[in-house]
Design a protein around this ligand. Structure first.
Ligand SMILES: *Cc1c(COP(=O)(O)O)cnc(C)c1O
Length: 401
């Protein structure tokens, strides 16, 4: 069994995919060819944002966002303590200070009250300027932007949405820039919640290409122009007229063509398929709990009312209900592996404990992030997983603990 079965996906999409790739090879337009523009338009339409600017990867997308907001030395950017390294790495790379905020133990996403607390602590230090929040849509579900926007508004902070895992997730409410929450009958999609939002097309993400890729989303015309310049060496009227220091961060035409085929499948059926798979997982896990007298409790991931996920990961929590007992997660993974089931731990180390961030000042405690890093386990998940496979994973998990 594959953790994320990209080979099966290719077999299903093969006819369209082979044609798309051959067309690019035939055209010879490998850099900024027509498919790049078409993909950007399709992504902007789907997400519901005015501008989509594609780039080389999800990490560059975040860097482009930070540079556009003028974030650098002396600035503070709040990031969740439980995320992939990039989210905080890009802040430090710009010379700014990442301040780690705790997450909600049930949604895994940034806890708005911990954010408020961290902002207060930072305000006490006159040498620091709080500038922005990077909220992450972890494992496919949008962060709590209704609350995060309220807090950010009070303190005049920009919101960057790290939607690397969030693409396809949604909420059925809208958060306007005033921080007012209104019902949104058609839903509002991930990558539309930030002042600037970003995503990644790394192969294992909800919408992945056949290599590296990423995109930035914004409704702001001026910022969009600035990002288009930054991604091609800070170009002015053309790429040999350089008006600022930028990056070489374009999305290859080949990747754009691949993504156009994948986006269509994603919209047509993959997002629905992955949601059906998640529902079946949750149904089996909550069902087995009632009958299991095991020492270790398995908790299925929760989707709060009004939220939709693209299930970048299906992540359960393992806990010992009696309290002080511990369990060996690695041994459990080894047992699963022996049964042919790959599992992953996203993420084993909170940001604030990463070696690269050793010595950084901590402003708030992050007990939930610490706890999750010890208790999470991600199970095989993708649009092509079968009900039989899901049943086998859950049975094996219950029998292995
Ligand atoms: C994958 C990921 C990134 C980085 O994306 P790349 O395309 O690999 O650079 C950033 N943030 C989060 C939360 C991610 O999962």
């Amino acid at each position: 069994m594959e953790f994320r079965d990209l080979k099966k996906q290719y077999q299903v999409l093969k006819t369209d995919m082979d044609k798309a790739m051959t067309d690019v090879a035939t055209s010879g337009a490998f850099i900024m060819g027509e498919p790049v523009k078409m993909l950007e338009q399709e992504l902007a339409n789907y997400v519901g944002v005015k501008h989509c600017i594609s780039c080389a990867n999800g990490t560059d997308a975040l860097t482009l966002a930070l540079k556009t907001l003028g974030i650098g030395k002396g600035d503070v950017v709040f990031v969740p303590d439980f995320t992939f390294f990039s989210t905080a790495e890009v802040v430090a790379l710009e010379g700014a200070l990442p301040v780690f905020v705790d997450v909600d133990p049930d949604t895994f996403n940034m806890d708005p009250s911990s954010l408020a607390e961290a902002i207060e602590c930072v305000r006490d230090d006159m040498s620091l300027r709080a500038k922005a929040v990077i909220a992450v849509d972890l494992f496919g579900m949008p962060a709590n932007y209704a609350e995060i926007r309220k807090v950010a508004k009070q303190h005049d902070l920009y919101i960057i949405e790290d939607g690397a895992q969030g693409f396809g997730g949604w909420t059925d409410y809208d958060v306007s820039n005033s921080g007012v929450v209104t019902p949104c009958p058609k839903g509002k999609r991930a990558c539309s919640f930030g002042d600037i939002s970003t995503t990644s097309f790394f192969p294992a993400k909800p919408l992945g290409c056949y290599g590296d890729g990423g995109a930035v989303f914004t409704n702001n015309d001026e910022w969009a122009d600035y990002i288009r310049s930054l991604r091609v060496h800070g170009k002015g009227s053309n790429k040999y007229d350089n008006v600022r220091i930028g990056l070489n961060s374009r999305l290859d035409t080949m990747q754009a063509a691949i993504l156009r085929v994948k986006l269509k499948a994603f919209i047509d059926h993959e997002l629905a398929d992955v949601n059906r798979a998640a529902e079946y997982y949750t149904q089996l896990i909550t069902g087995t709990l009632r009958f299991s007298k095991k020492e270790i409790q398995i908790t299925a991931p929760t989707l709060p009312k009004g939220y939709g996920s693209s299930w970048a990961q299906y992540t359960v929590r393992l806990s010992v209900p009696s309290g002080n007992g511990t369990f060996n997660r690695e041994a459990l993974q080894a047992k699963m592996k022996a049964k042919g089931i790959p599992t992953m731990v996203y993420y084993p180390i909170p940001m604030s404990y990463q070696t690269a961030f050793r010595g950084l000042r901590r402003f708030v405690l992050t007990p939930h992030a610490e706890n999750l890093s010890k208790s999470v386990l991600s199970l095989p998940m993708h649009p092509y997983i079968t009900r039989e496979e899901i049943r086998y994973v859950v049975e094996s998990l219950v029998n292995s603990i």
